[in-house]
Write a protein that binds this ligand. Structure first.
Ligand SMILES: [Zn+2]
Length: 483
């Protein structure tokens, strides 16, 4: 014990001797000085303490980087509208978003309010309870894009911040400090040395890379500086451009946090764990948390369809059923960045990658260090068979989503696998068909496919052809009603 006491005393002496020259003390002092100036610039501690709610509306443009109809720039520009509302006092967050892009029409939202939390789908006319609402995770993206909320985070959590240095940004001198929020990697906040306003922030976010946030065109709302424009860049490329149309401070969220009376209450959305569903004899839909692949068992091999996240885990799950039969083909539906993640896994399995020639460069890029892919290009359609079972791969493009889209059709079983062409809520009725669904339906008709069951790349929900037909006619009804 005496030895330990002496050791502690020596450490204290060492720190004491270092005094103000200690790197940590210096850094903390600098950081706190920057934070104090920022708090002043945003109206002062009292004003910020009194900011309990914020409701903002914006028009948005999204550059569909690696999510456009073509695999290379220029990227498609998708327009939309958003509402974000937060009540910090009561831990309530509401988000609405509407718009269209890539053949999707959407109008949805979320209410995070403890036990009264809901997923809203205004097109489907439904409200599904959220079984495990998480205020910090759901409101985090809004806080990160809203300077005044970042400043409130600094007030609350500034003791975790560090001073990174002084840099020139857009021709002006800035101090850069870190902010560690409850969820996600640390942010670097750029504070203008003259105005003490946040003009820029950034963080490294796997697997995307460098995400930059730009806060532009400041003006005053209730004595608090607010930016009229927000931009987000990913690895230097424009990704989001928002123009705020309305900012309200300290107005009640009561109306926004209530489920609209005209929405039908449907079954709760529960977490979606990794699962295997044998859709038909030897046909497996395997996945979880929004990414799924279909595996078809042939005489002496497996055909894998879909390349979304987590393919190695899905293959491991499949192996429990089919043993060590080799995967001979990996079919990649299209070039979008969330659908090519399985390419390295299929190369590792020794599978031939089935794609279209137009997507070759994207898929080579996706291979990483898994090695050289072996490709087989589909022109219009191809048939994989072991003499008994038949798997047809069709390129049904162009669709509003992409110029080429591979779907898998099992004529014997009446099963179709599609990616991104049906809006498939986890529970409740399907919303009125999106443009992509109309293109898919037309392709089914044109190619004389007799489909009874449709599985998808983003949902565990297997739908009957009748449900798609109902969604298609809902669209028609809505159009008639509008005329
Ligand atoms: Zn897509």
């Amino acid at each position: 014990m005496r030895g330990l006491a002496t050791a502690i005393a020596m450490v204290l002496v060492t720190v004491g001797n270092a005094g103000a020259a200690n790197i940590t003390q210096d850094n903390v002092a600098k950081t706190q000085a920057v934070i104090a100036a920022v708090v002043e610039a945003y109206g002062g501690a009292e004003k910020l303490d009194g900011l309990d709610t914020l409701i903002v509306e914006a028009s948005t443009i999204n550059s569909a980087v690696n999510q456009s109809r073509r695999p290379e720039p220029p990227w498609d520009q998708n327009e939309g509208e958003i509402v974000n509302a937060i009540d910090l006092e009561n831990g309530v967050f509401v988000n609405h978003n509407s718009g269209n892009g890539a053949g999707f029409e959407f109008h949805g939202g979320q209410i995070i309010n403890g036990e009264d939390s809901y997923q809203l789908d205004f097109r489907a006319g439904t409200a599904a309870p959220i079984a495990e609402p998480d205020f910090d995770t759901t409101s985090g993206p809004f806080v990160r894009v809203t300077p005044v909320l970042l400043v409130k985070q600094l007030q609350e959590r500034g003791n975790t911040s560090h001073y990174l240095g002084e840099v020139q940004h857009d021709g002006r001198a800035h101090d850069v400090i870190t902010l560690v929020m409850r969820v996600g990697p640390a942010l670097s906040l750029y504070v203008d040395k003259e105005t003490h306003l946040l003009t820029h922030s950034e963080r490294l976010l796997a697997p995307f890379g460098l995400v930059e946030y730009s806060f532009e065109d400041y003006y005053q709302v209730n004595g608090i500086p607010m930016n009229k424009r927000f931009r987000l860049l990913v690895n230097g490329d424009d990704n989001l451009d928002w123009k705020y149309t309305s900012i309200k401070v300290n107005e009640s969220l009561a109306t926004l946090a209530a489920v609209p009376a005209n929405l039908q209450r449907i079954a709760a959305v529960t977490p979606d764990a990794l699962s295997l569903n044998e859709v038909s004899d030897g046909v497996y839909l395997v996945g979880g948390t929004g990414t799924y692949a279909m595996f078809v068992e042939m005489e002496d091999h497996i055909v894998a369809i879909g390349g979304t996240a987590g393919i190695p885990d899905r293959i491991a799950e499949l192996r429990k059923m089919v043993g060590d039969k080799p995967i001979r083909y990996g079919v990649i539906s299209h070039h979008h960045n969330d659908h090519v993640l399985g390419v390295p896994a299929y190369i590792t399995e020794g599978a031939t990658i089935l794609t279209v020639e137009a997507h070759e460069a994207t898929l080579r890029g996706a291979a990483g260090d898994a090695g050289e892919p072996t490709f087989e290009f589909v022109e219009n359609s191809t048939v994989l068979t072991d003499g008994e079972r038949r798997v047809e791969i069709h390129d049904i493009g162009p669709t509003p989503h992409t110029e080429h889209l591979l779907v898998a059709y099992l004529p014997e079983e009446g099963i179709l696998f599609e990616a991104d062409h049906i809006a498939r809520p986890r529970t409740g009725p399907l919303p009125p068909a999106i443009s992509n669904s109309r293109a898919l339906d037309a392709a089914i008709e044109e190619r004389g496919m007799v489909v009874t069951t449709i599985v998808g790349a983003h949902s565990p929900r297997v739908i009957a052809m009748g449900e798609l037909q109902a969604a298609l006619s809902r669209k028609t009804e809505a159009r008639v009603a509008q005329q």
